[in-house]
Design a protein around this ligand. Structure first.
Ligand code: PEP
Ligand code: MN
Length: 347
């Protein structure tokens, strides 16, 4: 990984002075931009370790003094900010559960008025781009200029593969709307499993993210929080070294790429044309169903369409999941088109 990427690493939680200093000692030569450690831990459910609190601040000051590392902590309340500022913490981050609450973000913004400190904002737990954006607007109105976004995935009920589903389109949309705000990826909280961290980190590089926040613990199995997703400092270095970074390019691409892009553009045009034709037929079907008093949704027909589509897609080497997502989107649009044709939902 090259130096132009922002790198934040450190334990999920500060547990003891020894643990913090041991982790920082092992990370001092990696070129970290910030050493992280949570000292106030917002936990989804009560009755578990909620952070060492103010006790951990002097440990982070030692990290600054002994290893010359900048340090950052998560803040969720004005009293956290006050204590962090007093301790000379170099950067603050707003956690996912906090970003989800505009009242709390506003309180944070209010207590940061007149403070010139970098602030990173994790995406909210729910897949709501406006809520994430709103947090930046509140901080920016309070005069905070050095802002960073951290994509840490989203809560989706029943999901097994990821702890927090990445839903990559959301950070991509964020980047499009705010090209000037550096966008980092947090593969630790997305995956929840250390084995998957390198893969998601590489995906972030492939998508042109500006850096990574990764949880590192000297003995991950014994960590008091997020034990399954933390990696040792040694493993962290291996991961960072193995990542292939890519140049974002200028959107035009090189000669060879432009030919391929022209081909993609042509295919996309064809797709749009086909979709428009399909919706035209859906309109006629909508009128027919109205005339004959039939429901718009014919579940057996929908199942047939999906089955046929999947079979045809499999022959072309397209995945089941992909074709199901595409067909679901088309089917939704078709239902809306039919309703419109029947005179509903015009506005
Ligand atoms: C964390 O960084 O340890 C943390 C609590 O993250 P998030 O807010 O993304 O859940
Ligand atoms: Mn964590």
């Amino acid at each position: 990984m090259e130096g132009q990427h922002t790198l934040i690493a450190g334990p999920c939680s500060a547990e003891s002075r020894d643990q913090i200093l041991a982790t920082a000692a092992d990370l001092q030569d990696v070129g970290l931009d910030y050493f992280r450690a949570g000292i106030w831990k917002p936990r989804t459910r009560p009755g578990v370790f909620e952070g060492v609190g103010n006790t951990g601040l002097p440990w982070l000051q030692e990290v600054q003094a002994k290893f010359g590392l900048k340090v950052c902590v998560e803040v969720a309340q004005p009293r956290h900010i006050e204590a962090a500022l007093k301790a000379g913490i170099d950067m603050l981050w707003v956690g996912a559960r906090t970003t989800a609450n505009p009242f709390q973000v506003q309180e944070i913004a209010d207590s940061l008025k007149g403070v010139d400190l970098p602030v990173a904002v994790k995406n909210p737990t729910q897949p709501d781009l406006a809520l994430w954006t709103g947090a930046f607007e509140r901080l920016s109105r309070a005069g905070i200029e050095k802002l960073t976004a951290v994509h840490r995935g989203f809560t989706v009920h029943g999901q097994k593969k990821y702890r927090n589903v990445p839903l990559w389109q959301i950070p991509i949309d964020f980047r499009n709307a705010h090209p000037d705000i550096p966008l980092l990826n947090d593969p630790s909280h997305i995956t929840g499993k250390r084995e998957m961290v390198p893969d998601v980190a590489q995906m972030a590089m492939d998508l042109g993210f500006d850096g990574l926040m990764i949880e590192v613990h000297p003995s991950p199995e014994d960590a008091w929080t997020d034990s399954a997703q933390q990696v040792t400092p040694f493993r962290f270095k291996e991961i960072i070294q193995s990542l292939e970074t890519k140049t974002p390019g200028n959107g035009k691409g090189r000669e060879d790429l432009s030919a391929l892009r022209a081909e993609i553009d042509m295919i996309d045009e064809g797709l749009i044309d086909l979709l428009a034709r399909r919706m035209g037929v859906a309109e006629e079907i909508g009128l027919y169903k109205k005339e004959h008093g039939m429901t718009i949704l014919q579940i057996a027909r929908w199942n047939d369409i999906l089955k046929q589509g999947k079979a045809a897609a499999a022959e072309q080497g397209l995945s089941d999941h992909f074709i199901e997502e595409v067909f679901k989107a088309i089917h939704q649009a078709s239902i809306s088109t039919q309703r419109k044709a029947q005179g509903f939902n015009k506005g």
